[in-house]
Design a protein around this ligand. Structure first.
Ligand code: AMP
Length: 344
């Protein structure tokens, strides 16, 4: 079947955990590399807990696997260089480089003909004023690197503009009517399979729900899928890619891309024969992609912090899957699990 038996995963959070379960269903096994706490370790063949600076641990990890993938895009370049000298990394380094840095990402998207929010490079506090004059208010200052779930972002309205503390991009505020995302898989042979676009609702920068179908016109959903396919092809991508888009009066605007399985694709576990985690494993292991066609309407709800108190009730709801990540303390803002409710 697959020429690969063992998949290495950088990052041991919930995404790595669900990837590992998907791999196990295909007779494959996963070795997780994670510097911190690793809920994925509970369900993996092997777990290495070591910093990304530990060359010897990285080498032993790489030599024990056939291919390396990741659930976390902010892996240091030095670690990737070492790993790649031993085993292939899928998706490739270019996809990582583009998505690790908001300035590189937006520049790349514009170069392949896709619309983004207007943006300006803000390397230091001294350049902020000129950038605000160019982009206007309201706008959002975002760190170029390491931002996720709304972290590292400062909204600029009427008052003085605050500094993020690191090289940033200033983005014009997009007046969107909805936020959607496309999760798309691309195989080693260039075959592409997109899941239906989902409608996303965020609160305080964190995804709360994804709903499919997204309720938008066929034209918008087709456009969204074509945009995602264009990005995947341009990056010669192998694996699952998440593309977040704003729906505006003037068409779709790409907000950001994630070179990995994505929270807004968790609904596929209940809505498709082959979910995003399995598609990713198939792609990186060189297997054919499976059937990602949606067979049900689904609402995915994240269980964040104190939402865990609702688990006893959710467990007895009809047509509802509960996925818990096996994390310890349910701190505010921490993603502890999600529920997929089949609505039609
Ligand atoms: P991000 O971390 O870039 O995905 O931003 C988190 C959330 O902030 C997005 O899902 C949007 O709800 C909002 N947001 C980010 N950028 C913009 C923008 N340029 N205009 C309007 N809202 C934005």
């Amino acid at each position: 079947m697959s020429e690969f038996r063992t998949i290495g995963i950088l990052g041991g959070g919930q995404l790595g955990r669900m990837l590992s379960v998907a791999a196990s269903r295909l007779g494959l096994r996963c070795h997780i590399f994670e510097p911190g706490t690793a809920p994925a370790g509970d369900v993996a063949w092997r777990l290495t807990q070591a910093p990304y600076e530990d060359d010897s641990a990285l080498r032993i990890f790489a030599e024990s696997v056939d291919v390396i993938t990741y659930e976390f895009e902010n892996v240091p370049t030095s670690a990737l260089d070492l790993l790649e000298s031993i085993r292939p990394i899928r998706p490739n380094r270019r996809a990582l480089a583009v998505s690790q840095d908001r300035l590189t990402e937006k520049t790349f998207l514009n170069q392949i003909g896709l619309a983004t929010a207007p943006f300006a490079d803000v390397p230091d506090p001294a350049s902020l004023e000129a950038a605000v004059a160019e982009i206007g208010r309201p706008s959002i200052l975002k760190t170029r690197r390491m931002g996720y779930d709304g972290k590292g972002q400062v909204r600029i309205e009427d008052g003085p503009a605050e500094w993020t503390g690191a090289p940033s991009v200033l983005e014009g505020f997009v007046d969107f009517s909805a936020e959607i995302s496309v999760i798309i898989a691309r195989g080693a042979d260039g075959q592409v399979s997109a899941f239906d676009p989902g409608l996303n609702v965020h609160k305080e920068g964190i995804l709360r729900t994804t709903t499919v179908p997204c309720g938008l016109s066929a034209q918008v959903t087709t456009d969204a899928v074509l945009i995602a396919a264009r990005i995947a092809n341009a990056l010669d991508y192998i694996g699952v890619l998440g593309v977040e888009l704003f729906v505006t009066e003037n068409g779709l605007i790409v907000n950001e891309i994630a070179p990995r399985v994505h929270n807004s694709g968790h609904w596929t576990q209940a809505g498709c024969a082959v979910d995003q985690f399995e598609q990713h494993i198939r792609a990186v292991a060189g297997l054919p992609l499976g059937d990602g066609k949606r067979h049900a309407d689904v609402v995915m709800e994240n269980l964040i912090g104190a939402d865990m108190d609702r688990v006893p009730d959710l467990l007895v709801q009809p047509r509802t899957q509960v996925h818990l990540y096996g994390k310890g303390e349910a701190r505010p803002g921490r993603k502890m699990g999600h529920a997929n409710r089949i609505t039609g």
